[in-house]
Design a protein around this ligand. Structure first.
Ligand SMILES: Nc1ncnc2c1ncn2[C@@H]1O[C@H](COP(=O)(O)OP(=O)(O)OP(=O)(O)O)[C@@H](O)[C@H]1O
Length: 463
């Protein structure tokens, strides 16, 4: 057996050690404890792309262990395969979230080493393939992190990576709090401009008479109070990215100037006489429908087309149900680090109710509600009432037949999956739907370990 693959291992347990030993003897894997891998990134010049992580009862039920595990997995660039020992998937949200966010697959003990070996080989190939791709989606945005289920956010990351490689203007639309600024930052951070400033301007907050000088700056004595020459936002962002939030609120006169600037990247300070070149990439965002604004003549048609070269549309959170659990878990872990909180997690009921809330403030609202709830909660698990969401109020939040349908669909799926331990043939038969429909619905509701399709794909496509 040729030993050509290295494996990081994380966790200790009898069954786990047994699997690792067999993988080494029978299949030629060279296992290394994760600590050793971390120090060198590669051991003995062997690249390490995949890791095997043990998730047992201690990991799941000992809060400190769960936190440590999340910390390690989120900071690692390896592709992880989880080995579940003595824990039931069913409706355990903690495991579901860890698997969904950080692992590319899992196997439950007892299982054959052949199965684990095959999954690892495919993951290794997948990692190698992703490494060789010119565009790989970036998840980290500076110090911030963009979270979501791979189905929705995966496509977004791919767009962000593509858009980062070209220098054209981008128009981002989405309701308030859907992450428009975060997406713009992600493009900037992933682009060649990342070393230069990212300047965010809320066009709606620019005072009407001062919008021009705020954007373009002014020369000394240009108007009363202009005691010295001052750079505007455009110049401040030189070499980097200017993010124009709420672009629809830009006064018409300033729109005309911005159009000229977009055409040749040349500008003049207010009161100035000489035009000069400024190298800035413009990313604009809007929560209103700019086409309608164009029709209503409050937004210039030509500017709209100049800005809308590349487009990103961020759906509201109520349409990204699969993102709710990973986002909630992310904010929970983030705010947990901030204070001495005795909470041990989020209750299943809270997750259920979160899925049916309409989230008018989108991701910002979710983040704020979790933060406040964590301050005030006095129970071990975060309850719906802590977050100001109550089952009695469902009716109030449900605004359409579609939402009611979604809620019923989700509950039926979850129940049946739990009852049949994710045996999809039985679940499909019980719900009287085809397996294809079942897969689609599981994906829609975030009940699928969405990274697993990669493995199935690879199983079918890689010889
Ligand atoms: N995918 C995500 N993962 C983690 N945090 C997110 C994500 N999307 C948004 N957020 C967080 O939600 C909050 C709102 O995001 P952001 O300010 O980017 O939204 P926005 O659409 O620009 O809002 P507005 O239209 O009100 O300016 C921020 O705290 C941001 O960090």
């Amino acid at each position: 057996m040729v030993n050509n693959r290295s494996l990081a291992t994380l966790g200790q347990g009898v069954g786990f050690s047994e699997i690792i030993k067999k993988l080494s003897f029978n299949h030629g894997w060279a296992p290394y404890p994760y600590g050793a891998v971390e120090k060198n990134k590669s051991v003995e010049n062997k690249p390490i792309r995949v890791g095997l992580v043990l998730i047992d009862q201690q990991t799941v039920y000992k809060q400190q262990k769960t936190i440590e595990l999340r910390h390690i997995l989120s900071g690692s660039s390896l592709y992880w395969l989880a080995i579940l020992d003595g824990v039931e998937l069913k409706t355990n949200t903690t495991i579901n979230c860890i698997l969904d966010q950080f692992c590319h697959g899992y196997a439950t003990l007892p299982c054959t080493t052949e199965k684990v070996h095959n999954l690892l080989v495919n993951l290794d190939k997948l990692h190698e393939w992703q490494d060789s791709k010119p565009l790989s989606a970036k998840v980290d945005v500076g110090r911030a992190r963009m979270i979501g289920s791979p189905r929705t956010t995966g496509k977004l990351f791919e767009r962000i990576a593509r858009f980062a490689n070209v220098d054209a203007p981008v128009l981002v639309h989405g309701e308030t709090g859907t992450g428009k600024e975060l997406a713009a930052r992600a493009i900037h951070e992933s682009s060649a401009r990342s070393h230069a400033p990212f300047v965010a301007v809320n066009c709606g907050a620019l005072p009407e008479g001062l919008a021009q000088s705020e954007l373009y700056g002014c020369e000394k004595g240009a108007f009363t109070g202009a005691h010295q020459q001052r750079k505007g936002y455009i110049e401040t962002a030189s070499g980097g990215t200017l993010f124009l939030d709420e672009i629809g609120d830009l006064p018409l006169a300033v729109q005309a100037n911005l159009l000229r600037f977009l055409e040749n990247k040349r500008m003049m300070r207010v009161g100035g006489r000489k035009e000069f070149f400024v190298d800035v990439r413009i990313i604009a965002a809007t929560h209103v429908n700019l086409r309608q604004a164009v029709a209503a003549r409050t937004f210039r048609d030509d500017l709209y087309h100049r800005l809308n070269v590349l487009e990103i549309s961020l759906p509201p959170l109520r349409e990204r149900v699969a993102d709710i659990a990973p986002l909630a878990e992310f904010f929970y872990s983030k705010y947990r680090k901030e204070g001495s909180c005795k909470l041990q997690g989020i209750s299943q009921e809270t997750f259920d109710i979160m899925r049916s809330h309409t989230w008018p403030g989108n991701i910002r609202e979710l983040s704020n509600r979790i933060r406040q709830a964590m301050l005030y909660s006095d129970s071990p698990l975060l309850r719906p009432t802590d977050m100001g969401l109550d089952r009695r109020h469902w009716g109030r939040y449900i605004t359409s037949l579609e939402l009611v349908r979604n809620q019923a669909e989700y509950l039926a799926l979850r129940e049946s999956l739990a009852n049949h331990s994710y045996d999809l043939v039985r679940v499909a038969s019980e719900l009287m739907i085809s397996k294809v429909t079942l897969h689609r619905l599981m994906e829609k509701h975030g009940l699928k370990y969405s990274r697993l399709p990669y493995i199935h794909y690879l199983n079918n496509h890689i010889s």
